[in-house]
Design a protein around this ligand. Structure first.
Ligand SMILES: [Zn+2]
Length: 426
């Protein structure tokens, strides 16, 4: 049965928990300790390095020239998509979960088109889940991203169909289970020539720290041990699901001046102390990409929640809270940035849920079960495509997202397993 709630009196199965008031906490707190001046300088140096790093990637120079060159085709609309890792309904949009998502439930829900039942009916592993969302077809390729999706991605449709430039399409991802093959398919007549820029900020940062230690550049650091501890923590935290470490090969071809800048800035960043998160870094780089290159289609993939694989429920919840805040900050950035304000649709969705408590796969640790808890998630849309905020009870599928976003961007209709979501205004 498909029904639509007439209003936003969101009733999460008899939810009586009070909706939280917006906290207004939009301040980035990357480094929680230390004098303010140090924080600001570290952050600034780091951002400068991140930009230098982006500019030094092995991308066609024409695509990055002039701060973003855009093709002329398309609707003039922009799309920003934030994809979480796996989160269950129990820890998010449920009575007991709302405490973990104060921004999504308190600040954004009332402005949104909220699909209460968004389903992953494909492979519930990261690379397949994300590539199914990005292609509109259930992908069953290698779980670790050794093979590209087999049908064209939204990036390729946008670029080939409308002549959009490479600088118009970006993926910025935390998730180690992804590879650069997420940016383009292996489909005939498409492929990397029409693919997105793909950046893994955490991998690049770690590579830079490794390089600094290896070449002895760290000898001037005030506290080398701390940098090494930080590095160790990042490496351990990033070792999701036993995937072997592989450094994004773009780093090996960086201009030496760019590499020095990065190395020094990261040393400063690490020396600032305090824990940081891969998703914070991914958000910062994504935001800088918006400011410098102004892409019309940006996909940001967060994965702090995947700390669940180590069995830490507290870290998993921490990841949800970080993602909740970063989604809100992304919405604020869209409102503040004249290139995006009033012409952008922000879509937020998890890749899948996680296994139910008491399951043979260790409950929230994993996302392997063929269960509602693993397959059933939600999706939120904000911005220009939202005619009227409301909650859609009708189940939708992850493969429906691509065709809908393609239509927003003005792409010709795509031949996909998914169908357009009629509620999104084109
Ligand atoms: Zn996972």
């Amino acid at each position: 049965m498909t029904t639509e709630s007439p209003s936003l009196s969101y009733n999460l199965a008899m939810d009586c928990s009070p909706r939280r008031k917006p906290t207004g906490d939009s301040t980035l707190r990357i480094i929680p300790a230390g004098p303010k001046a140090t924080i600001d300088r570290s952050k600034r140096d780091f951002l400068r390095a991140a930009i230098a790093l982006l500019a030094g990637l092995n991308l066609p120079t024409t695509s990055l020239a002039g701060g973003g060159r855009h093709g002329v085709g398309g609707s003039g609309q922009r799309v920003v998509m934030v994809i979480f890792g796996g989160v269950r309904r129990a820890e998010t949009f449920s009575p007991q979960g709302l405490v973990n998502i104060p921004h999504l439930s308190g600040d954004l829900l009332s402005q949104s088109l909220f699909y209460r039942d968004a389903r992953n009916e494909g492979v519930t592993a990261h690379f397949n889940a994300v590539s199914s969302i990005l292609t509109g077809n259930w992908q069953r390729v290698d779980d670790w991203g050794k093979l590209a999706p087999t049908t064209p991605t939204l990036f390729e449709q946008f670029r080939k169909g409308l002549g959009a430039a490479q600088s118009d399409t970006w993926v910025v991802a935390s998730n180690k289970a992804l590879t650069s093959l997420i940016g383009a398919s292996s489909a005939m007549d498409y492929g990397p020539a029409y693919g997105a820029n793909v950046v893994f900020p955490k991998q690049l940062m770690i590579a830079a720290v490794v390089n600094a230690l290896r070449t002895g550049r760290s000898r001037n650091m005030a506290d080398r041990e701390k940098v090494q501890t930080e590095l160790q923590n990042m490496l351990e935290a990033g070792n999701y699901e036993g995937l072997g470490w592989s450094v994004f090969d773009g780093t090996e071809r960086l201009d030496p001046r760019v590499r020095d800048t990065i190395t020094e800035a990261i040393a400063t960043f690490a020396r600032g102390g305090g824990p940081t998160s891969g998703d914070e870094l991914t958000f910062l780089v994504g935001r800088e990409v918006m400011r410098k290159f102004s892409p019309r289609l940006l996909v940001v993939i967060l994965s702090d929640v995947e700390a669940a694989h180590f069995g830490s429920y507290a870290m998993h919840l921490g990841g949800i809270r970080t993602g909740d805040r970063l989604c809100y900050q992304m919405w604020q950035e869209i409102q503040a940035n004249p290139d995006y304000r009033d012409k952008t649709t922000l879509v937020i969705l998890p890749e899948f849920g996680r296994d139910p408590d008491g399951s043979s796969t260790n409950g929230f640790f994993n996302h392997r079960g063929d269960t509602e808890s693993t397959r059933n998630t939600w999706m939120m849309a904000l911005g220009t495509a939202v005619d009227k905020p409301r909650i859609i009870e009708r189940p939708i599928r992850h493969v429906d997202v691509c065709a809908s976003l393609a239509a927003l961007l003005g792409c010709p209709p795509m031949d996909t397993q998914g169908v357009r979501l009629s509620e999104l205004r084109v």
